[in-house]
Design a protein around this ligand. Structure first.
Ligand SMILES: [Fe+2]
Ligand SMILES: [Fe+2]
Length: 314
């Protein structure tokens, strides 16, 4: 590359579908937008541990408990990769957590719904992790290298999460009538919130257009939502469960499923902080952070000791 204008070089990489790396010049707005998105994603991973953590002690068997623990730990790991990816943009993880704790940064509203029965572990895995995969697979090709690479590993684990949720629901759905009803009730409650995970409709989405031009986002909210519906309907049939939408039907002209209108007024209430569990999730997160202070101190002291030892040797 013989041009020396950093802005032109940045644009050339984007136009070539290449990757921007931490050492590269990038427009301040690109950096800012990525920090916002990656941080919100990281926060969602760790807040997302709470609704399922709620059921670890009450899992119906040792096998289910071991699987659920592994899944919740995976989510902590996803948070870790993503905070590390955000740090390559020049922010500090502690600062991002402060912004989560004082409400300056958000996490996905899906985690502000309660987990009322064991079947919710199935519905979350199948629908919430399923929607997350549809959202995240295109991010594996995001223009920012560290974010794209973190996503590749995360998506592999998410597909395991989705299958374990499907398997829980399949077992319940083919169990006793009471178990079947429990599975159906969980799907009834999680279906619409899962569709809302793709964000507002395209004409109302504020960040989308610029993100598409920068190669951060590859498909619109409505395109991804449609993909999720098309993928999920045949799986519901295999499960023997009904999706709670009377308008859901195959449209041969479009080659897609049509579905009913989404009531976004509810989503906007949850985003504003008025969801069923917003306050509880934030209180639990702040408490976990305070109670973990000694761990962070010990880790920092250990790292400083190791660094001093290395200096002595050198
Ligand atoms: Fe995750
Ligand atoms: Fe997951």
């Amino acid at each position: 590359m013989h041009d020396h204008d950093p802005e032109e070089r940045f644009q050339a990489i984007i136009d070539d579908d290449g990757r921007i790396e931490p050492r590269d010049w990038m427009p301040p707005a690109y950096r800012k937008s990525l920090i916002r998105q990656i941080a919100q994603h990281a926060h969602s991973e760790i807040i997302g541990m709470q609704p399922e953590g709620n059921w670890i002690t009450r899992a119906p068997s040792l096998r289910r408990k071991a699987i659920l623990m592994a899944k919740v730990q995976d989510e902590a790991g996803h948070g870790l990769y993503l905070y590390a990816a955000a740090e390559t943009l020049g922010v500090d993880r502690a600062e991002l957590l402060d912004m989560l704790h004082d409400g300056r940064q958000k996490y996905s509203s899906i985690f502000n719904y309660p987990t009322l029965t064991w079947a919710d572990m199935g519905a979350i895995g199948w629908l919430v992790d399923g929607a997350a995969i549809v959202n995240q697979v295109p991010i594996c090709r995001c223009s920012y290298g560290p974010y794209a690479r973190a996503m590749i590993r995360i998506c592999k684990e998410e597909s395991f999460h989705q299958r374990q949720g499907f398997e829980i629901l399949h077992t319940l759905s083919h169990g006793t009538p009471a178990q079947h009803d429990m599975a159906q009730d969980a799907v009834d409650r999680w279906w619409w919130p899962s569709l809302m995970m793709f964000g507002p409709p395209d004409q109302e989405s504020t960040h989308s257009e610029q993100s598409m031009r920068w190669g951060i986002k590859r498909f619109s909210n409505d395109e991804l939502r449609q993909r999720f519906v098309d993928m999920t309907v045949p799986q519901a049939e295999v499960l023997g469960l009904r999706l709670p939408d009377p308008d859901l039907r195959w449209n041969p002209e479009r080659g897609h499923y049509d579905f009913g209108e989404i009531d976004f007024t509810e989503l906007f209430e949850v985003i504003k902080g008025n969801g069923p569990c917003n306050r509880q999730r934030m209180a639990d997160r702040r408490r976990a952070h305070e109670e973990g202070e000694w761990v962070r101190e010990a880790a920092a002291a250990y790292a400083a000791k190791r660094a001093a030892q290395r200096e002595e040797v050198a």
